[in-house]
Design a protein around this ligand. Structure first.
Ligand code: HEC
Ligand code: HEC
Ligand code: HEC
Ligand code: HEC
Length: 187
């Protein structure tokens, strides 16, 4: 193989043809990745590593699993971002969990979760802080304005007051609403 030939313009194929082939491979690659990522985002996938943790039962027992609409909110609805790029970035961060899974002693036991609940909860909360609870807002889009008639007076007052504050002082959803899917540990 003559390596220098790699850097010379191709004589056999036109640049345009090579470009098209490149784009096609790129597009196929993009969709293949998306497919794999979506397959890895179901509750079942999350529960492969967290199978001995009470997380799924907790969701089912919460307003996000046992509400009047019969809608069970999926792990990914709350824990993974929506945009394709953000999604990839978070996936790559999550993949540190694979390392954790292999290296943390007794990780997949309820005892481990009970002991480490506070620390894990705060790690999870950091994500909601960093994106101003974007996942919550995705479903709850009428919190700060255009509030539904049915919303309690107390909720309306708290939400509108908070929305009127300067951005630095404004609280994000999870500052006031902890433990909406899992019991938030007291200490
Ligand atoms: C490969 C195994 C594995 C899979 C699959 C997995 N997790 Fe985890 N998860 C872990 C481990 C290990 C930790 C503890 C990480 C640590 O403390 O370093 C963890 C911690 C967490 C935390 C708390 C810490 C944080 O950074 O937020 C959340 C939330 C979480 N997982 C949600 C999920 C969701 C949602 C899914 C499905 C999209 C999922 N996990 C799939 C292994 C896994
Ligand atoms: C996939 C959509 C979805 C996502 C994501 C979501 N929720 Fe909900 N939420 C619901 C549904 C459906 C209900 C039950 C009906 C209702 O009370 O409005 C609910 C109920 C609630 C309630 C009322 C609880 C009660 O005691 O009645 C609060 C508070 C809440 N969600 C906060 C949050 C927060 C905070 C987040 C983000 C961490 C979030 N939600 C993410 C759909 C969602
Ligand atoms: C400053 C604190 C605060 C912030 C920030 C806040 N809430 Fe609330 N929220 C409350 C209070 C207080 C109530 C009324 C008591 C309750 O239902 O827990 C409430 C009620 C609710 C309810 C039930 C409303 C009803 O009566 O139907 C939902 C859903 C909700 N909040 C979602 C959210 C979401 C999503 C966000 C972020 C966009 C958010 N909240 C931000 C304090 C807050
Ligand atoms: C309605 C949104 C919502 C859903 C659905 C949800 N979570 Fe969470 N999760 C949160 C929030 C918010 C926290 C941060 C701690 C808190 O407020 O309880 C959290 C915390 C966690 C933690 C850290 C430990 C803890 O209990 O705090 C793990 C692990 C986790 N979630 C995994 C999952 C898995 C797995 C699923 C699906 C079976 C799931 N979550 C479904 C919102 C959600």
């Amino acid at each position: 193989m003559n390596w220098r030939a790699l850097f010379k313009p191709s004589t056999k194929y036109s640049i345009a043809a090579l470009l098209i082939v490149g784009i096609v491979i790129g597009v196929i690659g993009y969709f293949a990745t998306q497919q794999t990522l979506h397959a890895t985002s179901t509750d079942e996938f999350c529960m492969t590593c967290h199978s001995n943790h009470s997380l799924k039962d907790e969701v089912l027992a919460s307003p996000h699993g046992g509400n009047e609409f019969g809608m069970v909110v999926q792990c990914q609805d709350c824990h993974l971002p929506h945009g394709p790029v953000d999604y990839l970035v978070k996936k790559i961060i999550v993949s540190k969990d694979l390392y954790g899974y292999l290296t943390i002693d007794n990780f997949n036991t309820q005892e481990w979760l009970d002991e480490n609940r506070k620390e894990q909860a705060d790690l999870a909360l950091k994500y909601f802080h960093d994106n101003d609870s974007a996942n919550c807002r995705h479903c709850h889009s009428r919190i700060e304005e255009n509030q539904p008639e049915s919303m309690s007076r107390m909720a309306k007052t708290m939400h509108s007051r908070n929305a009127a504050k300067d951005p630095e002082e404004r609280k994000t959803c999870v500052d006031c609403h902890k433990g909406v899917a899992h019991p938030y540990p007291k200490n």
